[in-house]
Write a new protein. Sequence first.
Lengths: 277, 415
Amino acid sequence: MKQKIGLGVGLAAILVWCLLPVAWIISLSFKSQQAVSNGSEGFLPQSGGGAGWQNYADVVGDDQFRRAILNSIGISLIATLLSVVIATLAAYAIARLEFKGKKFVLTTALVIAMFPVVSLVGPLFDMWRTIGIYDTWLGLIIPYMSFTLPLAIWTLSAFFREIPWEMEQAAQVDGATSWQAFRKVIVPLAAPGVFTAAILTFFFAWNDFVFGISLTSTESARPIPAALSFFVGPDPFSRPASLLAAGAVVATIPIVIIVLLFQRKIVAGLTSGAVKG
Amino acid sequence: MAAITMKNIVKKYGDGFPAVNDVSIDVQDGEFMILVGPSGCGKSTLLRMIVGLEDITDGDMVIGDRRVNDLAPRERNLAMVFQNYALYPHLTVFENIAFPLRLAGASNEEVDQKVREASKTLELDEHLERKPGNLSGGQRQRVAMGRAIVRDADAFLFDEPLSNLDAKLRGQMRTEISRLQKRLGITTVYVTHDQTEAMTLGDRVAVLKRGVLQQLASPRELYTNPANLFVAGFIGSPPMNFLPATVNGTSVELPFGTVELPREKASLAPEGKLLIAGIRPEHFEDASVVDDSKRERGSTFTTKVDVVEWLGNEAYAYIPFEADDAVREQLTQLERDLDGDTMRSQLVVSLDGASRISEGDEAEIWVDARQMHLFDPETGDNLTIDLERAGRVPAKEDPKAAAAAEHVAQDAAAH
C-alpha cells in the first residue's frame, strides 16, 4: 500500500513537471492579447482577460501560418517516408548480408548522427544556393533524411536481427522470391521497428528549427517552428504572445495524433509464436 | 512426387571445414528416408542442400530427373518442416497454411478448399482463425505440417520436427507423421538425432558421422548387422555392449569367461588378436529363466551384479568389468563420436521381468553368442557383418574413397 502511494506521488510529480509548461501554453493561448500585455498573472484568464477561441481563429485564419503548417506536414511526411524506406532496405542488408565495410557503414552512420547540426548549416546554405534548392521543400528534406537515417538504420537493423533466419528460409521454400519473403514476412514482423523509426524521423523533421530558419527565406518552404519565430502580428512592437501560444498548440497537435496512431502499432506489434514458445 | 538422388555430395564451408563429405544417397519415389547421426554429423546440412538453402560444393543433387544444384529453393518444389516450425506470427493459422498457395497465385476458392482439406486432415479446424502465438507446441507443429501438405510438393523434408515437443507428444506426433506419410505416399527425407524416431519411422535409415555416410539400410538391417562400432553403438537403446575379446578357434574369450561362437562367424575373425565384441543387452538373460532348449544355443557365465533396475516387464542389470587400454581408447573415442560422456566400462544386461536377481548377487547369466559381432579395434569395422543383410556400406563398396573421406573428417575434427 505504502509503495502504491509512493508510486502515485512520484507519478504526479513527474506529470506536473512535464505537463506544466504545456498547460501554461494552453492557458496563455486562451488569454487576450490585451490581458497578456498588461501582465496577466495566474493560470486561468482573469475576468475580462479571456479571449475564448479568438486566438485560434486568428492563427488558423492567417495565410502565413496555414502555409507553414502545410510546409511542415509535407516536408516531414516525405522525409519520414523516404527515410524509413531507405533505412529498412539498408538495415535489412546490414542485418542479413556479410559484406566488406559493414562495420564502416555502421560507424559512419553513428558519426553522422552525432555531428552537430549547426556546423553543417553554413556549407549547406552555400551549396543549396548554388544548386538552386535553397528555400525549397527538397532543400529541407535532404538534411532531415541524412540526420535521421543513421538512427533509423540502427533501430531497424536491431529489429531485423531479432527475426529468425528460418522465417525467411521457410518463405523461400514455400515459393517466395527474396523480395516476396522480405515484403510479406520480414517487413510485417519488423513493423514495430519500422514505426519506431518513423516516429523518431517525424519528430526530428517536425521539431527542427535550425535548418528550417537557415535554409528558407520565404514562406514557400518555411516550416512551422521557423514560421512561429517570424510571426509578428499586427503590432511589431508588442509580440503577440497569446497568438504565438495558440500557434504552438496547433503545431503540437499533429505530433500528438501521430504518436497516438503509431504507438498502438508499436504495442500491438510483434506477437510471438514464430518459433517454439 | 519424385525420387531424390544425391551423388558424391560435398559441402565445404568458407573456412574449409567439410560438413558433408562424398555422400551418395538415393531416395526412392515414395520412400521414407531418415538421416540420423549425432550433432555435427552433417545431416541437417545435407537436408538444407536438398531444399536449396545451402550451396552444394561438389556433387550432383537430382530430384526427379532434374539436376537442381543451381536452382533456388522455390524452383525445387519441395515442402519443408523446420525444427522451430518457422510459422509466420503475423498471419492466422489459415493464412499460414495458405501462404504457399497464395504465392503460387491460387484463386480464393482453391485456397479455401485446399486449406480446409489440410486442416481437416490435421484436426486444426477450430484453430484456423487463431494466431500461432496462441497455439500449443503440438498445434504449431501441425500448422507447420499443414503448410507442407497443402501444396503438391515433390517431396517432404523434415528437420528434427519433434525435438521441441515433450516426450508424450513426441510419441503421438511420430505416429501421426508416419500415418500421414503412408497415406500421402510422398517421398520424405527426415532428419533426426533420435534413434527411436529413426527406427520407427524410416523405410531406410542413413547413418552419418562427421559428414561421412556410415551405412544406409533398413532399421532391421542396421540393428542386426551394423557396419561398424559407430553404427552399432548409435542404434539401439540401451546401447550395445562392447567388450574386449580374443578369438581362439570357435571360442571367444570375454572378461567374464569364454563363450562359443558359430563356426562361420569365428572364421571371419583373426585368431589371437585383441578384438571388440558387441553384444546387445537383450542377448543376455538370467540363466535360471532360460528354457533348456534355448540354453544350449548359448553359453553361461557367473558374475557379480552391481546394480539392478527393475521396470516390470524387464530389468536392466549393470555389471562392471575391466577393459584393456587399447579397447578403452577406442571406446572412449566412440563415446565422443556419439556425443556421450565417457562412462565406466560396464555391461548392461536386459533380464526377463521374472528374474529374481538383485543387487550384489552372484548371478549366472546366459548369453546368446550367435548374435555377437566382432569389431576391429583399430578401424572399428564389423568383422562378422553379413553384407547380404546390411544394406549399403560405403566403406565396403569403395574402401579407398571412404577411407579418404574419413581421413578428411578426422583431420577437420582434430583442428
